[in-house]
Design a protein around this ligand. Structure first.
Ligand code: G3P
Ligand code: CA
Length: 241
């Protein structure tokens, strides 16, 4: 079962920051996951929430601020004073950390609340310019965005994100279309997911921070976990095998 660092190594470092991704880039794990929003001036930035309040010393929506304004805030000290000085990274800055590594890169398009017009096109352009087409999977809870990705760049891997328990998941995936399922991990243990696993479709699950759940997911044949503690999970799964 593969391991992805969720928002970088976010259990030990402030999520979605350069220090969290630098830590993940040094680990012998399969991949890394991060979240993308669009600023007021059309720049792609890596942050989970629509607002900066929870993970910075600022307040307000990403969509209402320019990149220059966003860069004035501290995105490390909320987590620990040891990380004071971390700033919001651009998508380009994050991808640059991984150009020389082997990691699979899961870019989550956070357009499910605000539709961020033009975001898909900007993400596709940057991925292509950096020669990363074969190393990315674009995921979203916004399945319209996934459909747009497939229309514009059919060769890119896509994944549909779900929190819900699903019925006939393969039919829905074909309708989007999506290549992989990214599931809230308890739903991956439901019988309907067995048909997806048997079809050879990648099923990746979030957010798995406890060994007992990782074990249960491995036992049913899930492809991967997203975890905030990738190093700890790597040690645990290596010891078990
Ligand atoms: O991409 C997997 C997972 O990150 C989706 O949920 O809220 O952590 O972005 P969230
Ligand atoms: Ca995410």
């Amino acid at each position: 079962m593969e391991i992805y660092a969720h928002r970088g190594s976010s259990g030990t470092h402030p999520e979605n920051t350069i220090t969290a991704f630098t830590e993940a880039a040094h680990l012998a794990i399969h991949g890394v996951e991060f979240d993308v929003h669009l600023t007021k001036d059309g720049e792609l930035v890596v942050i989970h929430d629509e607002r900066i309040d929870r993970t910075s010393n600022g307040t307000g929506y990403v969509k209402d601020m320019t990149l220059a304004k966003l860069k004035t805030f501290d995105f490390g000290s909320w987590f620990s004073p040891d990380f004071t000085g971390q700033t919001i990274p651009t998508l380009h800055e994050v991808l640059q950390l991984f150009t020389e590594t082997h990691h699979h890169l899961n870019i989550e398009l956070k357009s499910d609340i605000f539709p961020y017009e033009g975001m898909v096109e900007k993400v596709l352009a940057i991925v292509s310019e950096m020669g990363l087409d074969s190393r990315v999977v674009l995921s979203s809870f916004d399945h319209e965005a996934i459909r747009t990705v497939k229309q514009l760049a059919p060769h890119l891997e896509t994944a549909a994100l779900f929190m819900e328990v699903l019925v006939e998941p393969l039919d829905y995936m074909r309708a989007i279309p999506a290549d992989a399922l990214h599931l809230f991990f308890p739903t991956a243990l439901r019988p309907s997911i067995q048909q997806v696993l048997e079809s050879g479709t990648p099923v990746r699950t979030f957010t798995v921070n406890e060994a007992q759940y990782a074990q249960a997911l491995q036992d049913v044949g899930v492809s991967a976990i997203f975890t905030d503690f990738p190093e700890k999970m790597m040690i645990y799964l290596n010891e078990k095998s």
